[in-house]
Structures are given as structure tokens and as C-alpha cells.
Design a binder for this molecule. Structure first.
Ligand SMILES: [Zn+2]
Length: 154
């Protein structure tokens, strides 16, 4: 076997290995996609089960998952509060019954027909001094996190 035959043989062995490797990688990647799609199904069902369990037992104060219940409730309240802040900025009201967005001067909810509350969320609220202080405090707290810092990599 002369030098060039040797080189040719080496290359073709390496070529076959590369093809095999590439096929393995493609198989692994295909299987990984299938795994994550099955994992998504499992996660979704876990979440549905958890939510169903929560709805069934939400009034129990001392159940086995009391601390998770408290966290869910407090996070949900926070979500409502934050959505309210967005609506305040956008000048829209939220339906007290179904949570749908309503125009600032809508009289009834477009989603469920519930009468809008008389509360005035947009613009300058006419309030007494005590509420003004609370509002100012809330505004100052909200301003403590500069927008520039949000989502910035450390
Ligand atoms: Zn509604």
C-alpha cells in the first residue's frame, strides 16, 4: 500500500465516522425534542391537577400544602395589583366580575355585562389627604426600581 492509498483509506474511515456521528447527533436531537414535548404534557397536567386541588381545598387553612396555598394566594393578589397598575397607566378599568379590560368610560363589561363600578381609576383621582399620602408612598416605592435596571444582566 503506497502512501496515497493509506491517506485515502484513513480519510474514508474518518468520513464514515463523521457520518455516523452526525446521524447520532440528529437522532439524539430528535429524541430530545420528543422528550421535551412529553415533559410539557406532564407539566401541564401537573399544573391542572394542582389547580384543581387548590380550587377544591382553597378554604382550608391547615391543609398539607398550607404554605403553597398562601404563596399562591399572595402571588395572585400581587398579579391583580400589578395588572391594576398597568390599567391605571393605560387608563382602562378591569371588570370586577370576570377581570376583562374595559374602556375607562365603559358602563358595562364587554365580556360579561357586569355594571362598571363607579370608581375612577384613571386621571387625577379626587381623594382626601390620607389617600393622597398612601398614593404618594406607593408611587415612591414603585419608582425605587429604575426601569433601566429591569432585565439588565448582572
Ligand atoms: Zn366582566
Amino acid at each position: 500500500m503506497d502512501f496515497f492509498e493509506k491517506v485515502g483509506e484513513t480519510l474514508s474511515v474518518k468520513g464514515k465516522e463523521a457520518v455516523k456521528k452526525a446521524k447520532e447527533m440528529a437522532d439524539i436531537s430528535n429524541l430530545s425534542v420528543q422528550i421535551s414535548s412529553q415533559e410539557k404534557i406532564v407539566s401541564k397536567l401537573y399544573a391542572e391537577l394542582g389547580k384543581a386541588y387548590f380550587e377544591l381545598h382553597r378554604e382550608e387553612e391547615d391543609g398539607p400544602y398550607a404554605s403553597q396555598f398562601r404563596e399562591i394566594k399572595s402571588a395572585s393578589e400581587k398579579i391583580q395589583e400589578l395588572k391594576g397598575e398597568i390599567n391605571k397607566i393605560k387608563g382602562v378599568k378591569t371588570c370586577e366580575n370576570c377581570g376583562a379590560d374595559m374602556g375607562a368610560d365603559a358602563a358595562y363589561c364587554p365580556g360579561c355585562g357586569t355594571k362598571a363600578s363607579a370608581e375612577e381609576p384613571a386621571g387625577e383621582p379626587e381623594v382626601d389627604d390620607d389617600f393622597d399620602d398612601v398614593y404618594d408612598d406607593a408611587y415612591e416605592n414603585a419608582s425605587e426600581t429604575p426601569l433601566d435596571d429591569i432585565g439588565e444582566e448582572e
